[in-house]
Design a protein around this ligand. Structure first.
Ligand code: SAM
Length: 212
């Protein structure tokens, strides 16, 4: 846990982590607990790491940046698409509790991995399925975070945002580099903010890339 704290201190020093509740969540969630055994010793380096099924746990800087951008707060209703290891969901769950986090994962093996890693979190629900369609039955959401790269912003996700709700996702036509988009559902319409260039595994599904 000492090493995790050092990782968090570096993110604070670089100005990536700024909000007290988010900093606390990063301190409480040990990244090592979400890495596979063969990569646990690399848990605190600022890199994405392989998990299962050729997928990755995102880089700490990216998790911090996306979390800060969607401004989650206590009581929020949150949707994550791309549970992976469950690390991002755990961070969000710490911040919004007693609010809920729904996290969708398309690969069954990973949904189980995330479920196991998140078993102490009573305010997280892991769903195995295609998250590109969102989760209409639990909408509206205060925050929607997509941790896989989409070819374009799925309209269906915008429709599941609360007023003033925030959607963040990497968007790009090619499967391995994207622009990070923050979309805010303002009363007067959707505001879209570009947060720079990123590299994510692809979002595969009805409103993502086709699986071939
Ligand atoms: N947020 C994760 C974490 O904290 O470990 C990292 C996510 S990883 C970069 C992207 C994940 O998105 C992969 O596990 C992948 O299987 C998943 N994914 C891709 N398309 C999806 C879809 N349509 N619905 C749900 N999950 C999807």
């Amino acid at each position: 846990m000492e090493e995790n704290k050092k990782m968090v201190s570096k993110l604070i020093a670089r100005g990536v982590l700024r909000t007290e509740s988010i900093i606390k969540a990063f301190e409480n969630v040990d990244r090592k607990d979400f890495c596979v055994d063969e990569h646990k010793e690399l848990a605190y380096i600022d890199r994405p790491l392989p998990i299962l099924a050729e997928q990755t746990i995102s880089q700490p800087t990216t998790v911090a940046l996306m979390t800060e951008a969607i401004r989650p707060s206590k009581g929020d209703n949150v949707l994550e698409i791309g549970a992976g290891s469950g690390y991002q969901a755990a961070i969000l769950a710490e911040i919004v509790k007693p609010g809920k986090v729904y996290t969708i994962e398309r690969i069954e093996e990973l949904a189980k991995f995330a479920e196991n890693n998140l078993k102490e979190y009573t305010n997280v629900e892991i769903i195995h399925g295609d998250g590109s369609k969102g989760l209409e039955e639990k909408a509206p959401f205060d925050c929607i975070i997509v941790t896989a790269g989409a070819p374009k912003v799925p309209e269906v996700l915008k429709k599941q945002l609360n007023v003033n709700g925030r959607l963040i996702l990497p968007v790009g036509k090619n499967t391995y580099t994207q622009r990070m988009k923050l979309i805010i559902n303002k009363k007067e319409g959707f505001e879209e903010i570009d947060l720079g260039s990123f590299a994510f595994v692809p979002l595969i599904g009805k409103h993502g890339f086709k699986n071939n």
